[in-house]
Design a binder for this molecule. Sequence first.
Ligand code: TYD
Length: 233
Amino acid sequence: MFITFEGLDGSGKTTQLKHLAAALEADGHRVVTLRQPGGTPLGDRIRAVLLDSRSEAEVGTIAPEAEMALMFADRAQSLHQVILPALAQGALVLCDRYTDSSEAYQGAGRGLGSEHILGLHRIVCNNVQPDLTILLLPPLESSLHRARRRNQRHVQQAGTDENRFEREGESFYRRVYEQYRAIAQRDQNRVVVFADEAPIATIARSILEVVRERLAANAANARAPELQKPAGL
Ligand code: TYD
């Protein structure tokens, strides 16, 4: 099963992904986790260019189309190097962001449009879709507040920043937020939305419940053809 986590910067998805990974491992599953951009040696380099707000001093303004293509280059590499091999071996793959992020940030935030993103996804990612997407979408204002605080801490502690996106204004993030809502409306079977602000442990329990249900349903589906086979065949 391929599970992705989505949401705005500061929505708490990375924390929730870690909680879920630990709980599923405790249930006896083999779990592989990764993030996008990043998660492979090539992806980590792409991440460094795309996220550090000082990159543009070196490479010039990054065109929205170049940003979109680099996000997909990263994604193709992680599909081939990590995600597909892990799924083939029966692992549960938990990925922090995937193509919904491109649709929300590049498609809506940068204004490139969903069609371009979905078209690239078909070509570059062979249209590989997650089985389940956990979308953490608390009110916009609280996500922005948390993301800003975190980035200030990061600059102070590590001397690097990851805020090329986080310096975007509120209208950019409102477009991202609205696109996430539209994706959830469109793909209701795949996307489960958590929109309430609640303690981390409470949301973690709800997410685990959803995932356990899906895993049980998948297992039942996998057994069903066996049960339907006439005896002796
Ligand atoms: P991430 O490391 O998940 O940041 P956070 O933990 O703050 O959510 O994501 C890094 C940034 O990259 C985030 O601002 C969203 C952006 N992004 C895109 O714009 N498009 C994409 O396709 C992906 C995967 C990420």
